[in-house]
Design a protein around this ligand. Structure first.
Ligand SMILES: [Mn+2]
Length: 316
């Protein structure tokens, strides 16, 4: 499964691991986890995790690397947790010498040339990286274990969305045996900024609902400015504030992007909201999906809400 990627890694002295814009726990965790594994396996190689990562975790799990343009130009780029180059946070990725990808998002078949491991039914990329360590027989350090556990923890929304519970708990048991301290990870994850209270208060007083049973909120550019430093995507990703409300099977956050486009985040416990996102060029997972379309427009929002209601009426 990893043969092609491994043989490519072996041909380069320098490897840069890239993740997506707005890195989350799985992106950061799989970047650091893979970096540490490769350092263990190939001590003679230079291995870097490129991007902004999750600074709150730097002291526990590790910092991201600062790399020069020159280094990237001479490196193999391994992309994790993103399905294509335009999704990558550090745009210098396109200057790398060669490319490989390890991901669990819908494969859009648009990735540049290079070996890829895409496991669409994996809960997280971090668990694919753990599999990589098992198959390639690489010792998992405490640092790598913490990073990969964080990725699994966050992408399953703390073990709520698991495709294979027995498998994932088995993986986590092995990571814990390498020194992971889940309570320390939770302590950092649970920490919130006070500004969040103001934002949540606004959402709780201004959300809307359709007759068909969809809950939603809409933030145009002006409204988003009021909640700086949040940007449009930060706002959309807080859609779970209006989730899990009795009688409402789908919840959606609509936001106007800085450039005037519309982004939406869909969530549901039972229904395939990914089908709606994919219809408009988006993607994600069956119960958690997102999309960005040309223009922020209320008629379009109403059309999408109608489709959500239809999905609820249909029942799947
Ligand atoms: Mn992920």
């Amino acid at each position: 499964m990893f043969k092609e990627i491994v043989s490519l890694i072996e041909r380069y002295d320098s490897v840069c691991i890239f993740g997506h814009i707005h890195p989350d726990g799985d992106c950061y965790g799989s970047q650091i986890g893979l970096r540490e594994l490769l350092k263990t396996r190939y001590p003679e190689k230079k291995v870097y995790a490129v991007g902004s990562g999750l600074p709150d975790f730097f002291s526990l799990i590790g910092k991201m690397d600062i790399v020069s343009d020159e280094t990237i130009k001479n490196s193999l780029a391994i992309i994790v947790d993103a399905n294509d180059l335009p999704r990558i946070e550090d745009k210098r990725v396109s200057t790398a010498k060669a490319f490989a990808k390890i991901d669990h998002h819908v494969d859009t078949k648009t990735f540049v040339e290079g070996p890829q491991v895409v496991v669409e039914d994996a809960n997280s990329v971090s668990e694919i990286i753990v599999e990589f360590a098992f198959i390639e027989n690489i010792e998992i350090s405490k640092k790598a274990a913490n990073a990969l556990y964080l990725g699994i923890l966050t992408d399953t929304n703390r073990f709520q969305y698991c495709n294979k519970f027995d498998y994932i708990f088995d993986v986590c048991k092995q990571l814990i045996s390498k020194g992971v301290e889940p309570s320390k990870l939770y302590e950092i994850l649970n920490m919130r900024e006070e500004s969040f209270l103001k934002f949540a208060g606004y959402v709780y007083s201004n959300y809307k609902k359709t007759e068909g049973g969809t809950l939603y909120f809409v933030f145009d550019k002006e409204a988003i400015k009021f909640f700086e430093p949040y940007d449009a995507l930060d706002v959309a990703n807080k859609v779970n504030l209006i989730g899990n409300i009795k009688g409402y099977k789908i919840w959606v956050g609509f936001v106007e992007r800085e450039d005037g486009r519309l982004s939406a985040e869909f969530r549901s416990n039972e229904l395939d909201v990914q089908s709606i996102a994919v219809k408009y060029g988006g993607g994600g997972h069956v119960h958690a999906a997102g999309m960005t379309v040309g223009k922020f427009d209320y008629d379009f929002i109403n059309q999408v809400l109608k489709e959500c209601d239809e999905l609820i009426a249909k029942g799947n």
